[in-house]
Design a protein around this ligand. Structure first.
Ligand SMILES: Cc1ncc(COP(=O)(O)O)c(C=O)c1O
Length: 390
């Protein structure tokens, strides 16, 4: 069987992508069951990677399952491992960390407990759409502020952000890196963001779920600037994206000095408690996964380049930036009926990606988010079909 064949030919740190489409379609996950009635589908949508679990993780989970460790997770070890990871790899200085089941649960809990009902919260668009949902679920109001786009790529619109703050915004999501455009903020931009938060007494929500996935550089946490401790600030991360374990439900929330006490007092019942497999896996990722992660980042940078080259080869005028981070490619087709043609070609070729209108603004219908974390042969096959359909 292909699973064991592939395993014999590699080193323990080498990420192995799955080439066999029939095997991928058997995966009982959100990504590969999109369009489950389409037998010949290729799924490049939801942010899961088509990877085998790395050896260290498989062994850790195997042992845990053998011992019947399918209980409630222990938070302390995960919190300590996450804090050490963020300090050593992203220069963060934290004033406390707590476990939660996932980033969205952590965000919902913090928003609900830290802001008065009805408060507007700035969300820069295009954005991972569930962030808007979470703001609403917490009884608050999302205040979309579009990112600016120029020849260099996406950046913050400082004037619009200050206007939003003056108009009554009480919180701001700062996504490092920003999903879906893949922009990683520099230390200077993060400091400028914190200065704005301080000036307007906003609640800073630093969404750092993709922070391990800088492609060619190390990303800096918002908690690297000591000034963060003068504002009410929470950060959110997880091993889920970088190690492909969102199904294990384990994430970490951390705080600035000003928010440390509030974080300590947050009921675990609202944050949720990771399952033991999630907590055990997270500790293993942070403690044993760094060589694998480095190799993965290099592989993902290649996959992203492949997708960019494939897009450039289509008979359409795609505008695509090179992401600083993540394995997600944000493709825009602003001219003529290119977006419609691309959409039709996707449907005809049974290739699914995520449509742009789900990223916080119905005006993004000419955009698509393409997940590049697949085997090169799967990506080639997907684009060959799209080209043939155009
Ligand atoms: C920016 C961003 N925030 C949050 C999430 C959701 O994270 P979780 O599954 O831990 O709730 C995702 C998932 O892709 C994401 O991209």
């Amino acid at each position: 069987m292909r699973i064991s064949d592939t395993r014999n030919t590699r080193t323990p740190h080498e990420p192995v992508f799955i080439e066999d489409l029939a095997l991928l379609r058997r995966r009982r996950t959100f990504k590969w069951q999109a369009g489950e009635l389409t037998p010949d589908r290729i799924c490049l949508g939801v942010a899961e990677m088509d990877l085998y679990a790395p050896d260290f993780l498989r062994e850790t989970l195997d042992q845990a399952v053998r011992l019947g460790e399918t209980g409630y997770g222990l938070c302390e070890a995960q919190e300590a491992a996450c804090e050490k990871y963020l300090t050593e790899h992203h220069d963060a200085g934290l004033a406390g960390a707590r476990c939660t089941t996932d980033v969205l649960t952590g965000l919902r809990t913090v928003l609900r407990l830290d802001l008065p009902p009805g408060s507007p919260v700035i969300v820069e668009t295009p954005v991972y759409g569930d962030l808007l949902t979470v703001v609403r679920e917490a009884g608050l109001v999302p205040l979309p502020v579009p990112l600016l786009r120029d020849a260099q790529g996406y950046r913050h619109d400082w004037a619009a952000l200050a206007d939003a703050a003056r108009a009554g915004a009480r919180g701001w999501f700062l996504c490092q890196p920003h999903n879906p455009v893949g922009r990683a903020w520099t230390a200077e931009e993060q400091s400028q963001a914190i200065a704005l938060v301080l000036e307007h007494d906003l609640l800073l929500l630093a969404n750092e779920v993709h922070i391990p996935l800088g492609l060619n550089r190390r990303l800096v946490s918002a908690f690297a600037d000591p000034a963060v401790h003068r504002v009410r600030a929470y950060g959110f991360t997880s091993a889920s994206k970088a190690f492909n374990i969102p199904g294990l439900k384990s994430a970490t929330v951390y705080a600035s000095d000003r928010s440390a006490r509030a974080l300590t007092e947050m009921p675990q019942s609202l944050l949720g408690r990771p399952g033991s497999l999630g907590a055990i896996a997270t500790v293993a990722c942070y403690e044993q996964g760094m060589d694998w992660l480095e190799a993965l980042r290099a592989a993902l940078a290649d996959r992203v380049q492949q997708v960019l080259a494939e897009l450039a080869g289509l008979p359409l005028a795609a505008e695509v930036g090179v992401p600083d981070a993540t394995y997600l490619v944000w493709a825009e087709f602003p001219h003529g009926d290119d977006a419609d043609r691309f959409g039709r070609a996707l449907a005809e070729s049974q290739v699914s990606v995520l449509p742009g209108a789900g990223f916080g603004d119905p005006g993004l219908a000419h955009c698509f988010r393409i997940n590049a974390a697949s085997h090169p042969a799967v990506l080639s096959e997907a684009f060959a079909r799209i080209r043939a359909a155009l």
